[in-house]
Design a protein around this ligand. Structure first.
Ligand SMILES: Nc1nc2c(ncn2[C@@H]2O[C@H](COP(=O)(O)OP(=O)(O)OP(=O)(O)O)[C@@H](O)[C@H]2O)c(=O)[nH]1
Ligand SMILES: [Mg+2]
Length: 305
């Protein structure tokens, strides 16, 4: 994505501070068993996940026992380094781009998480950056879904491909790729219907959409983005695990981060599933989408409450 103005950093910073507020106590206490237990509980409550929380607390404990890291600042640094290390080696910057156009992004997730809104926001960002975009309405089920996406496409100045009501979503994706190839379009965004990860037939249908895209264009989809609602906490892990069985999820969009105080889920997703959070939804507006920046996140965790 890129192109986010430096002026927005403080907005993002304060957003994360709210999302991981009060993890570190006002004054880091004496590092005894009770304090460590308290820290672990705070991390788990903020959705960092049990596995990562335990590891971070162990690192703090070890550093406290070792020489030279007995003060509060040192302990904060150890915690920061432990959290930052989770994201080490993740690709920085934008989403993957195809060697030969079109680049294809497939957007998936359970009902109502923010898929269509995210597609609209991405389309807007890409068009504003000078890219030509086609948005494909592969949600042929819900009445109004096509119209909703078409409005986003119009606002963004993107092309639009629809299917027949109740038609095959894979066919819509196929048609969109054909249109993009014919017109020399840079990017195709495929919006899909919300589906419960427990619904076998719908999950198989999703696998088919991805397969048809793969067969139609070499290397596509270049990203399969799973949209999660940040407010559902640990259930996001369950959704990510199940969707990964049917699609090659390359990244996560954490929508509705503006509505939660439990931002630690970005750590749990990366630590337990190895899937990076790529984008964060911070509101309902067209501009309310940010790249995930691990440094902003760590800074917010360490910020005084
Ligand atoms: N506050 C907030 N609301 C969001 C965000 N993203 C989406 N929404 C809202 O969430 C609701 C559902 O968004 P949609 O984009 O329609 O969700 P969807 O996943 O496409 O839904 P289905 O297609 O029905 O599965 C809408 O009211 C959006 O405005 C976000 O980042 N923050
Ligand atoms: Mg939708």
């Amino acid at each position: 994505m890129g192109g986010s103005a430096a002026g927005r950093t403080s907005v993002r910073g304060s957003l994360w501070r709210r999302a991981v507020a009060r993890i570190i106590p006002r004054s880091f206490p004496k590092v005894d068993a009770a304090a460590l237990e308290d820290l672990e509980e705070r991390l788990i409550t903020a959705d960092f996940g049990v596995q990562a929380s335990k590891r971070f607390v162990e690192a703090v404990e070890e550093a406290a026992r070792g020489e030279g890291v007995g003060d509060e600042e040192g302990l904060r640094r150890v915690l920061a380094e432990s959290i930052r290390a989770v994201f080490q080696g993740d690709a920085e910057g934008g989403l993957a781009v195809a060697g030969a156009a079109p680049t294809v992004y497939l957007v998936v997730g359970v009902n109502g998480v923010g898929k269509t809104t995210t597609v609209g926001k991405i389309a807007h960002r890409l068009v504003a950056g000078g890219r030509s975009v086609i948005v494909a309405a592969a949600d042929t089920y819900r009445a109004g879904a096509t119209r909703q996406l078409e409005r986003w496409a119009e606002r963004a100045g993107a092309g639009f491909v629809r299917g027949k009501p109740g038609g095959d979503p894979a066919a819509v994706a196929y048609d969109a790729l054909s249109a993009a190839t014919a017109r020399g379009t840079d990017v195709v965004l495929v919006d899909t219907a919300g589906r419960l990860h427990t619904h076998g037939n719908l999950m198989k249908q999703l696998a088919k959409v991805e397969r048809v895209i793969r067969q139609r264009h070499d290397g596509a989809p270049h990203e399969t983005l799973l949209v999660l609602d940040a407010t559902v906490g640990q259930n996001g892990l369950v959704q990510a695990r199940e969707f990964s069985k049917f699609a090659t999820v390359t990244g996560i969009v954490l929508a509705k981060m503006d509505s939660t105080a439990r931002g630690g889920i970005v750590v749990a997703l990366r630590e337990e599933l190895g899937i990076p959070v790529r984008l964060v939804g911070v509101g309902e507006g067209v501009e309310d989408l940010e790249p995930f920046d691990p440094d902003d996140f760590v800074q917010a965790v360490l910020a005084a409450p």
